[in-house]
Design a protein around this ligand. Structure first.
Ligand SMILES: [Zn+2]
Length: 261
């Protein structure tokens, strides 16, 4: 089966003066994460780094003028694949070890998932195609060569930690449920939340091996009370508070029903 060679691996779009969104158009939607570059006075943040199929550092070169901290909203493969390229990596205590573990052979084929995982993903609303990428990053690239390379956690955070980039500072919110060390970065001054996979405008996943439904419910209740202006999530388009409340309520309703039945 022949996949064509991509012209470029990452796309980027300026959101405002300080925030740029990068993404990987040739990764299937399930695994296509939002990579957020936030420019600060003293340093920048890269919130998540994608699959690690091609070099993010290279692709984002024009943005990377300052020291940069690579933030892991959590350590699922689609969010931390590029972390190894960055010397400064921030992660929650509960997933720090996971970030630094070699993961053996990776796979960019559907067989990366067990049959029951595929069934769960289908129930949630994701059809997983035979390959997880729809083009190759360069000629000669073999899907079998994909690896998630270990990164070095240099800043371990927990609930309430402050991430200060000079002219703006973010508070770490511990938002477990999707995974035990899921975090959000909350800027109260602007009502901006980088939410990772705690909430996004698509099918939420709370039955992964790393998930905990009880924690997820508590996280959603917490998010519902947050006075957000905008949520820049781990997947899918950004949204405001009204949509956040809708997504939370839809999740809680669906969970209550499933727990009851
Ligand atoms: Zn995830």
């Amino acid at each position: 089966m022949g996949l064509r060679i991509a012209e470029r691996w990452f796309e980027m779009r300026r959101v405002d003066d300080a925030i740029t969104l990068l993404w990987e158009p040739h990764v299937v939607p399930l695994m296509r994460c939002n990579i957020w570059h936030v420019r600060g006075r003293d340093r920048d943040l890269l919130i998540d780094t994608g699959m690690g199929v091609a070099s993010l550092r290279e692709a984002a070169r024009s943005l990377l003028e300052k020291p940069v901290t690579a933030v892991a909203t959590h350590t699922h493969a689609d969010h931390i694949g590029g972390h190894f390229e960055f010397a400064d990596c921030l992660v929650h205590r509960a997933e720090a070890e996971r970030l630094s573990e070699p993961r053996g052979r990776g796979s960019l084929r559907r067989d990366a998932f067990a049959a029951d995982e595929l069934a769960m993903l289908r129930r949630a609303g994701y059809e997983v195609a035979e390959t997880l990428i729809t083009a190759l990053p360069h000629a000669g690239y073999a899907l079998e060569d994909y690896r998630i390379r270990p990164a070095r956690p240099t800043r371990i955070v927990e609930e309430g930690s402050i991430v200060d980039i000079g002219d703006r500072h973010f508070e770490v919110l511990h938002l477990p449920g999707h995974s035990p060390g899921s975090i959000g970065l909350w800027e109260a001054a602007t009502g901006t939340l980088f939410s990772g996979d705690a909430v996004y405008d698509g099918p939420l996943l709370d039955e992964l091996a790393t998930s905990n439904i009880r924690d997820y419910v508590a996280t959603m209740r917490r998010l519902r009370e947050l006075p957000v202006t905008v949520v820049h999530a781990g997947h899918d388009p950004s949204f405001g508070r009204d949509r956040l409340v809708q997504l939370v309520d839809r999740y809680l309703k669906c969970r209550d029903r499933r727990i009851a039945s």
